[in-house]
Design a protein around this ligand. Structure first.
Ligand code: SF4
Ligand code: SF4
Length: 411
């Protein structure tokens, strides 16, 4: 038995190379996408595990608190500004559960990704907006709240910058690394990964997200158009259609898994997913080295039939892949490799299991100059955004000012 095979079978109880079905499509022998054996709360890994009831109850309580924070800020007004019961409540919860998750995670790549994810949510979504409550251009139409980084708000500078980054690097650049929605579902929602719906119908249902995508496109137009009663009403209804399923899907996690919202309802995920299809991102599949073990499909929380797509198309290029890396970093055969704009520059580099894990296991995966470069970009963007938000007055200025704002050239 090879070391790779041994590792695979260790990861997937009852696993091993799959049989080839009558249709010629390989199927994993084990149909279970999780281990029956109960995991300790201090142990988390790519193959979903079952957890004790107290862990699940704690997660549901945290989800409920996040929902209550939103409810208090919008409707209840119990307190004015305490951070423990408003939009920032969710980010505090992500930080607390994130520390737990990072300590418990066994996959080094996932652990590194969680460190970046939790740090970005804490700094960019919580601390900076809290400490520097300034506005991005045009966000006034959506309510008088500080909204930096406003990644999800159509018409903002950050929104367009993120679209460009997703085109180059795929959803990896945002969903798995800097999104509060994924943040809370990866950290608080981890005990519900094992109920992730899989199979034919769960996969077909993914198309529902395009309905929300169409609403999102209309919302984008409504933000750019001059505010009137129609646009205000539409944006209000759209906001509810996004927020209520956002929290409802958290509370339904014991039934639909922790990624129900990302898979079926998220208009932003659909937008970024569309860019997955037209941009540089995909996962390449090597049919020669793959042993059909099926682990890649089993560890995917988005319910993507990775092996089946790989065998059929030679790649995984679906809108649903958020680039978490679980499939590639658990493939002991190195049969899966991330492709993005860097691969166009240097095709010789294969971002498969060995390379991704080596990167993640480095003591300093980040080079010395990189934090400084990141800090400089942040200061540049913050100063530019602040400056620009003072300068823009009417919605009609948007098309001509976006580019200038990106370069921080206007005042
Ligand atoms: S791609 Fe890798 S993880 Fe997926 S079935 Fe093939 S060998 Fe297993
Ligand atoms: S296909 Fe792989 S990288 Fe994409 S979401 Fe699934 S496990 Fe993550």
């Amino acid at each position: 038995m090879t070391a790779g095979r041994a590792a695979t079978e260790q990861l997937m109880p009852g696993g091993g190379p799959g049989a080839v079905s009558g249709a010629g499509m390989p199927q994993a022998k084990s149909k279970k996408a999780f281990s029956r054996k109960r995991l300790a709360a201090s142990k988390q890994r790519s193959l979903a595990g079952k957890y004790a009831l107290w862990v699940q109850a704690l997660s549901l309580a945290a989800f409920s608190l996040a929902f209550l924070g939103w409810l208090n800020e919008i409707y209840l007004f119990w307190w004015d500004t305490p951070i423990w019961l408003n939009r920032y409540t969710e980010y505090v919860i992500i930080l607390m559960f994130g520390i737990w998750r990072i300590g418990a995670e066994r996959n080094p790549y996932t652990r590194k990704r969680l460190i970046v994810l939790v740090s970005c949510v804490t700094v960019l979504w919580w601390l900076i907006p809290w400490a520097f409550p300034f506005f991005e251009p045009y966000v006034g139409f959506l309510g008088a709240q500080p909204v930096f980084p406003a990644i999800h708000t159509p018409g903002t500078v950050t929104f367009f910058l993120v679209l460009g980054a997703v085109f180059l690097f795929g959803r990896r650049v945002i969903c798995g690394w800097n999104c509060p929605c994924v943040g809370i579902r990866e950290t608080v929602g981890f005990p519900f990964r094992h109920v992730t719906p899989r199979g034919k119908w769960a996969w077909r249902l993914r198309h529902t997200k395009w309905f929300f995508f169409i609403l999102y496109v209309i919302a984008g137009a409504a933000v750019i158009l001059p505010l009137n009663s129609w646009t205000a009403t539409f944006l209000g209804v759209f906001g509810m259609l996004v927020v209520l399923p956002y929290f409802a899907s958290m509370l339904l996690s014991p039934v639909i898994g922790n990624r129900g919202y990302c898979r079926y309802l998220c208009p932003y995920g659909a937008t970024f997913g569309a860019l997955n299809r037209v941009g540089f991102f995909r996962i390449d599949f090597d049919p020669e080295t793959c042993n059909d073990c099926g682990v890649c499909s089993q560890v995917c929380d988005m319910g993507i039939p990775v092996l089946e797509l790989g065998r059929r198309k030679g790649k995984i290029d679906v809108a649903d892949c958020m680039g978490c890396g679980r499939c590639a970093t658990e493939c002991t055969k190195n049969s899966l490799a991330f492709i993005d704009v860097r691969s166009a520059v240097n095709p010789a580099v294969a971002r498969s299991r060995d390379r991704l894990r080596t990167w993640a296991e480095q003591k300093t995966a980040v080079r010395g100059w990189q934090p400084w470069a990141f800090a400089a970009i942040m200061i540049f963007a913050l100063a530019g955004g602040w400056w620009f938000s003072e300068a823009v007055g009417s919605p009609g200025e948007l098309p001509t000012k976006i580019w200038a704002a990106t370069l921080c050239l206007v005042h």
